[in-house]
Design a protein around this ligand. Structure first.
Ligand SMILES: NC(=O)c1ccc[n+]([C@@H]2O[C@H](COP(=O)([O-])OP(=O)(O)OC[C@H]3O[C@@H](n4cnc5c(N)ncnc54)[C@H](O)[C@@H]3O)[C@@H](O)[C@H]2O)c1
Length: 346
C-alpha cells in the first residue's frame, strides 16, 4: 500500500474540524466523508471544505467500502459504540480523548481492536507538540536521568466548556475537568516517564463553585469542577495531578504544565500557548539550561498524519488503545478514591 493515500472520514464536527484540517494537510490522507447529526453544520462543512460525502448517520458512513479509517470526535458517551461499530466494519479508528466513559467501556474497545486487528489510535494530541517530542527524545537519551517525581496540571479560573451542551452532564461526559483536561496531562506525564504503571491513587474532587456558576442557567452540572490526586507509580516515582474548570487562581486565568524531576535534570513544559519548554541539567556540578533552538522537522507530524502513515506502513500508532485503557483505569480510580475518601489500588 506504500505510496497510496488512506481514505478517511470524520465523525463529529466540533473538535472534528481540527481532524479535517490535519487530514487535508497530510500527503498520505484523502478526506472523503464527514458525519454529524447537525445538518446545518454538516452541509456548511461539506461545502466549505469540498468533501465528497456527508452523512447524518455514522452507520451509513461505515457501509462505504471506500473509507479505510475514521476519526471519532463525538461526545464521550458515544465513543465506545461508534468505535466498536467502526472496527467491526473493518475501519481503522482515531478516537478522541477520553477513550470512553469508564474502564469497562475502554476494555471492550481494546478487546474489539485486538479481535479485528485494525489500527486503533488515541488522539492524545499533546504528545505531538514539537517541544514535547523534543523533551521525550531527551528523556530517552537519559538527559534527565531517572525521573522520580512529577507534577502535572491543567487549570482554568473560569472555563466550564459548553460544546453542544454535554460537557458537564455526567451521563454524557463521564466526569468533569479530570476526564476532560486531566486526561491529557496524565497521559503526557506517564508517556514522558516511559509508561510506568500507576499502582495507587488518592484523589479528591469538588463541585461547589461549578454548581454556583451554573445555577441560574438551564445547564446540567453534575460533575466535579476541580480534581487533585496523588499517584504512586510502580517504579517508585510519584505524580501529582491537578485539574479544574473553575478555581480562584491567583495571577493567571489558566495554567497547563508538566514538571519532571530526574536525578540528572529537570524539565517544565508549561504556561500559555505556545507553551514554552524549560530544561535544566546538572553537568559536572554546574546547573545549566538546555533550550531547543531549531527542532527537527520530524516533530511537525500531526496525529492525523501519524494515524494514516501507520495504516500505510502497517506500524503501531504511538498512542495505542492500551495507553487509553491505562489512563482510563487511573481516572476511574481517582473518582472512586474521591468518593470513598481513601487510597485506591489500581
Ligand atoms: N483532543 C483535544 O484537544 C480535544 C478538544 C476538544 C474536544 N475533544 C474531544 O472531542 C469530542 C467532541 O468534543 P467537541 O468539543 O467537539 O464537542 P461538541 O459538542 O462541540 O461537538 C460534538 C459534535 O458531535 C456531533 N454529534 C453528536 N452525536 C453525534 C452522532 N451520533 N453522530 C454524529 N455526530 C454527532 C454534534 O452534533 C456536534 O457537532 C469529545 O470526546 C471531547 O472530549 C478533544
Amino acid at each position: 500500500m506504500m505510496g497510496d493515500k488512506v481514505k478517511v472520514g470524520v465523525i463529529g464536527l466540533g473538535m472534528g474540524k481540527f481532524h479535517i484540517r490535519n487530514y487535508k494537510a497530510s500527503p498520505n490522507a484523502e478526506l472523503v466523508a464527514i458525519c454529524d447529526l447537525n445538518v446545518e453544520r454538516l452541509n456548511s462543512m461539506k461545502e466549505q471544505e469540498n468533501i465528497p460525502l456527508a452523512f447524518t448517520d455514522y452507520r451509513d458512513m461505515l457501509l462505504s467500502d471506500d473509507i479505510q479509517g475514521v476519526s471519532i470526535a463525538v461526545p464521550n458517551f458515544l465513543h465506545k459504540g461508534i468505535a466498536i461499530d467502526a472496527m467491526k466494519a473493518g475501519k481503522h479508528v482515531l478516537c478522541e480523548k477520553p477513550m470512553a466513559m469508564n474502564v469497562q467501556e475502554a476494555q471492550e474497545m481494546v478487546d474489539v481492536a485486538k479481535a479485528t486487528g485494525v489500527k486503533f489510535m488515541m488522539h492524545f494530541n499533546s504528545r505531538f507538540v514539537s517541544d514535547v517530542r523534543f523533551l521525550k527524545k531527551r528523556i530517552e537519551a537519559g538527559d534527565l536521568g531517572e525521573i522520580y517525581y512529577a507534577k502535572a496540571g491543567w487549570l482554568r479560573r473560569r472555563g466550564i466548556p459548553r460544546g453542544t451542551g454535554w460537557f458537564a452532564d455526567k451521563a454524557k461526559a463521564g466526569g468533569g475537568p479530570l476526564i476532560d483536561l486531566g486526561v491529557h496531562v496524565l497521559d503526557l506525564s506517564l508517556w514522558l516517564m516511559g509508561n510506568p504503571k500507576v499502582v495507587s491513587v488518592s484523589g479528591s474532587t469538588y463541585s461547589q463553585l461549578g454548581n454556583e456558576l451554573t445555577k441560574d442557567s438551564d445547564r446540567i452540572f453534575d460533575v466535579e469542577d476541580l480534581a487533585s490526586a496523588f499517584l504512586r507509580l510502580d517504579n517508585g516515582a510519584t505524580l501529582l495531578l491537578e485539574t479544574s474548570w473553575a478555581q480562584n487562581i491567583v495571577g493567571k486565568k489558566s495554567d497547563r504544565y508538566i514538571e519532571l524531576y530526574g536525578y540528572k535534570g529537570g524539565a517544565r513544559w508549561g504556561g500559555d500557548d505556545p507553551i514554552p519548554l524549560q530544561m535544566v541539567e546538572d553537568r559536572c556540578g554546574d546547573i545549566s539550561e538546555l533550550k531547543p533552538v531549531q527542532l527537527s522537522e520530524d516533530y511537525l507530524e500531526t496525529p492525523q498524519h501519524h494515524f494514516v502513515s501507520c495504516i500505510l506502513e502497517d506500524k503501531e500508532p504511538m498512542a495505542t488503545a492500551e495507553h487509553g485503557l491505562e489512563v482510563m483505569k487511573v481516572l476511574d480510580a481517582i473518582y472512586l478514591s474521591a468518593k470513598k475518601g481513601e487510597e485506591i489500588r489500581v
